[in-house]
Design a protein around this ligand. Structure first.
Ligand SMILES: Cc1ncc(COP(=O)(O)O)c(C=O)c1O
Length: 325
């Protein structure tokens, strides 16, 4: 089981995929074996979720994509409006309105030779958008099982975790370690041994009504992570970006994962220890129900933030349509 499982949907066999300006059936949607994404993992991507016709927090996702590409010298070849238009063309071609997930990928493009040097990519960036009907398979009642793994998210001068890069080997290694240990996802520490993040999501604990997450120095600058921090502040829930240890994590009252795909996913165990049991609960069937009360409250507030963002996007579109006529 992974935290990114979705319900089977037969429509996904017939989706159209954006490949450099063309919409292609999935079995014809290919990129060159000389593409820098394939050869080196030299590219950036965004995971986006569609709620009632709108891509949630699209501005934040485009900010991260453009900043990451800029920082590594990838020219997407389109401005923000162009990327959004490609996304919307793909959505319309697939007749998707809600409950869809997109993986938007930009690589440095096709190389002349199968070697590393960025200057060998001369044809311009490759842009691919895979969009699938996607209903997350909720593991609410059961909760995710995490194990701590030897793989850490390294220091920013090795490979900054803020790059949502195609080269995810660091995360894949952690995920493999977790899978071999029989867990759903890997809990990764930072180079100093503090609790950091998981292989595919950001990680939060709830302790005595306070919400804690890592400092953010060694993990993906998740859009959902940022929104959770914002909604906690709006709701008056004390929230801290701070160092904390495995002791603090496994004795927490609640924990949850965040990501665009699953929003907030409750965590049941860390290294086999059930959360919420540290205050003297003994029997396993005495374990608190999932998701816990603070996670539920944050979920409701997050859903409200998604809806507000959707309304703001629609208002902006209406303004643009009026000024164009
Ligand atoms: C390693 C990692 N952490 C966290 C996240 C969650 O980020 P977001 O909330 O922007 O989806 C992702 C998603 O791309 C990720 O790859």
């Amino acid at each position: 089981m992974s935290t990114h499982d979705s319900e089977e949907d037969a429509r996904n066999a017939d989706i159209l995929i954006w490949v450099d300006g063309a919409l292609k059936p999935r079995h014809q949607a290919t990129v060159s074996v000389y593409d820098s994404g394939f050869l080196l993992g030299d590219g950036m991507w965004e995971g986006l979720r569609l709620y009632q016709g709108c891509w949630a927090f699209i501005d934040d996702h485009l900010d991260r994509l453009f900043a990451s590409c800029f920082a590594v010298g990838i020219d997407i070849g389109l401005d923000r409006a162009g990327v959004l238009a490609a996304l919307e063309d793909t959505r319309r071609a697939n007749d998707m309105h809600d409950g869809a997930h997109a993986r938007l990928m930009v690589t440095r493009g096709v190389k002349d030779k199968p070697f590393q040097h960025p200057s060998l990519s001369r044809s311009g960036a490759t842009l691919v958008i895979i969009m699938e009907h996607s209903a997350p398979r909720r593991i609410d009642g059961r909760g995710a099982s995490l194990v701590t793994v030897p793989q850490v998210r390294g220091a920013p001068m090795a490979q900054d975790a803020k790059y949502n890069s195609h080269s995810k080997l660091n995360c894949v290694l952690a995920c493999l370690q977790a899978e071999r240990a029989g867990a759903d996802e890997a809990l990764m520490l930072d180079p100093h041994g503090f609790v950091n993040t998981t292989n595919a999501c950001n990680f939060f604990v709830v302790r005595r009504g306070e919400v804690w997450t890592s400092t953010g120095d060694y993990c993906m600058n998740g859009v959902t992570r940022r929104k959770v921090i914002e909604v906690c502040r709006e709701q008056g829930i004390p929230v801290f970006e701070r160092n904390y240890s495995l002791f603090d994590a496994c004795t927490a009252d609640e924990a949850f994962l965040t990501g665009t795909f699953g929003a907030q996913t409750p965590v049941a165990t860390i290294d086999g220890q059930r959360l919420g049991m540290a205050q003297g609960r003994r029997a396993a069937d005495d374990a608190p129900a999932l998701p816990g009360p603070v996670t539920q409250r944050i979920r409701r507030a997050y859903a409200g933030a998604v809806e507000r963002d959707r309304q703001a996007q629609q208002a902006q579109q209406a303004r643009q349509a009026r000024s164009a006529t």
